[in-house]
Design a protein around this ligand. Structure first.
Ligand SMILES: [Zn+2]
Length: 153
């Protein structure tokens, strides 16, 4: 009986891990696609700045800061958003980057497994609440995982 109880407990744990992985994965995909959008935007702005500078030089003008400053600001904003999203990604994967060498290490590590550098205390990363419709989509995915598991057993 004891053995069966343990088995049941083990199965529940496995299921919970699978469920967590499934929702983390869709969260990861969403964040990665947002990062991709910001990267596209940055490329677009670089392009616009390049064209603007080219046109001014071609016409024999000095490059005016006024015409490109707002595009530079947009790039800076997009870069900041990307670093925020990258922090969220690390938090979801429960890892962080070593302050010395940049290796991804478990979030609660005191030392880097690669270079041995002592790590600063973990900062809490806020993860924004997702809209309700997205959550419902996730629930459907999780249910599918559960069904697959049952049919495998
Ligand atoms: Zn390191």
């Amino acid at each position: 009986m004891d053995f069966l109880n343990k088995l049941g407990k083990k199965a529940t744990e496995t299921y919970q891990v699978t469920k967590e992985k499934a929702s983390n994965l869709s969260e990861e995909i969403k964040i990665k696609s947002k990062i991709g959008d910001y990267k596209d935007k940055i490329k677009e702005k670089y392009n616009e700045i390049g064209k603007e500078v080219y046109n001014q030089i071609k016409d024999g003008n000095d490059v005016s800061k006024d015409s490109i400053i707002s595009k530079c600001d947009e790039i800076t904003i997009a870069k900041n958003e990307i670093s925020k999203l990258e922090e969220q990604l690390l938090a979801i994967k429960k890892v962080r980057k070593c302050s010395e060498c940049g290796t991804e290490i478990p979030i609660d590590s005191d030392f880097c497994s690669k270079c041995g550098k002592k790590q600063p205390k973990v900062e809490k990363v806020e993860i924004k609440e997702e809209p309700k419709d997205v959550k419902e989509a996730e629930v459907i995915e999780i249910n599918n995982v559960e069904n697959n598991e049952e049919s495998n057993n």
